[in-house]
Design a protein. Structure first.
Lengths: 266, 220
């Protein structure tokens, strides 16, 4: 349904995306994993037209878009079909929760106020914030802000929703409420592309996992196979390092320091 | 202070106060609102990086900020008529003061707009808004809140700067005080009284600023 083809992006002399191609099918929840600087966020931002790629093609619903140059009409049409959730929420500070969700509908789609608010209210109810509609962002917790941001991204009823590390800016305590909302969306069949560091989330919610490093896709598989049977050495190492810290820390409790150090260095 | 001076001061107080209401305040409000409009346009032209215009507005800011307002007033009121352009005292003062407020406040407004996190602009784009829609609905309202204290400074400064229009024959507070004093020779008392009138007007603005800031604070 969504297809990214040969996305190429350079910052200065640094190649951040080296001809990356990615297919997302209807109903897929694709988790993009990878170390910092691997280009996963840039890929997502290019797909959301927040960063212009140097070259690349994007296909959504048989409509083809150039990722370097796009007319403002095409961009408007495309943006109605995708939603974007940011790491730092980026809620509008001068709007209430409901105002945040309805702004795009009212200004961009010229929807009447009552109709937009009806949609806004039902979305905020779905993310569990029925009692916070009139709150300004500064009065909401990080988890609540991110849930408002998710409701906002869903307002235009998009075909695909992009998430850029949706829980990275949150207190550990608050990540759960956000991940639960995303999981609920996955169960409802939304198509999503999620850049994340949450391995458990990728394991449990994603249908497919993409592992990136140095601007390239190293490995791509369905979630079960990816975690249980990784093919590439680099992928094995990444999964091992990202999931074994807790168990080595336990060994540390029993006084076995040498094991811990070996594990971390290996 | 004799009884004569006291009677004179009471009489002149109302005269000066009424001149303030009829000349100084209208000039301040007219120049400030026009100036603020210019300030926003100039700031946005720079932020939106409108080609050519962004360079022109830098030249405008440079010239206005680096020449004295009284010289600008003389050029407009005494200079322009020699090439056939004639403005009244009030219009000359309004023109010069609008341009001055526009230049100074554009820097305030630009800094305030840039203080709104850029992510909110990106969120607007994702919501399908254009740059200008994002500015109107999201960025500028928040920038105004930040810019409010320095802008209040500017309007209070402007109330006092209107006295410069005395030099282009505008009969405002200072000119009126001077005329009365010229008859009675009580310069000391009348100039003190003129100062008192400015003090009153600016105090009212100070109180209004505090109230407005409290109201803005409640809406966030």
């Amino acid at each position: 349904m969504l297809r990214l083809q040969n996305v190429y992006k350079k910052f200065g002399d640094n190649v951040v995306l080296n001809n990356v191609s990615l297919d997302v099918n209807q109903g897929d929840v694709v988790a993009i994993l990878g170390p910092s600087g691997s280009g996963k966020t840039t890929l997502l931002r290019c797909a959301g037209y927040l960063t212009k790629a140097d070259s690349g093609t994007l296909i959504l619903d048989d409509r083809q878009y150039d990722m370097k140059k796009i007319s403002s009409r095409d961009l408007r049409e495309y943006r109605q079909k995708v939603g974007f959730v940011f790491q730092n929420f980026n809620l509008y500070g001068n709007k209430t929760a409901l105002g945040n969700v309805t702004l795009g509908l009212r200004v961009s789609q010229k929807m009447p106020k009552a109709q937009a608010e009806e949609i806004g209210k039902s979305l905020l109810e779905r993310v569990g914030l029925a009692d916070r509609m009139d709150y300004y962002p500064s009065k909401l917790s990080g988890g609540q802000q991110q849930r408002v941001a998710i409701a906002r991204a869903l307002a235009t009823n998009p075909e695909v929703v992009f998430f850029d590390e949706p829980t990275s800016a949150l207190d550990p305590e608050l990540t759960g409420e956000v991940l639960n909302v995303i999981k609920q969306l996955a169960d409802e069949g939304w198509t999503m592309l999620v850049v994340t560091h949450e391995m458990e989330f990728a394991k449990k919610v994603a249908t497919r996992v993409v592992f990136m490093e140095d601007g390239e896709i190293v490995e791509e598989n369905n979630a079960k196979e990816f975690f249980e049977n990784p093919q590439k050495e680099r992928t094995k190492e990444f999964i091992f390092k990202s999931t074994t810290w807790a168990s080595t820390a336990k060994k540390d409790d029993s006084g076995d320091n040498s094991t811990k150090q070996e594990t971390i260095e290996s | 202070m004799t009884e004569r001076i006291l009677t004179e001061l009471v009489e002149s107080f109302w005269k000066l106060f009424m001149v303030g209401l009829k000349v100084t305040i209208p000039l301040t409000l007219a120049a400030f609102s026009t100036g603020l409009l210019i300030a926003f346009l100039v700031a946005l032209v720079q932020i939106a990086k409108v080609p050519v215009m962004r360079r022109l507005v830098r030249v405008y800011i440079w010239i206005i900020r680096c020449t004295p307002m009284i010289v600008q007033l003389f050029v407009v009121y005494f200079g322009l008529p020699t090439i056939g352009i004639k403005f009244s005292s009030f219009v000359s003062a309004w023109l010069v003061m609008s341009l001055s407020i526009g230049a100074y406040c554009s820097e305030t407004v630009r800094a305030a707009i840039e203080s709104v996190p850029v992510g909110q602009l990106e969120a607007c784009y994702c919501d399908g808004l254009t740059f200008w829609q994002a500015m109107i609905h999201v960025i500028v309202p928040q920038a105004l809140r930040t810019a409010f204290p320095p802008l209040s400074n500017s309007i209070i400064g402007l109330v006092k700067d209107t006295s410069l229009a005395y030099s282009v024959a505008l009969v405002e507070i200072l000119a009126t005080a001077q005329r009365i004093a010229a008859r009675t020779y009580d310069y000391f008392w009348l100039y003190l009284e003129a100062g008192l009138i400015y003090l009153i007007f600016c105090s009212v603005l100070t109180v209004l600023q505090r109230k407005a800031e409290a109201a803005l604070e409640r809406r966030r």
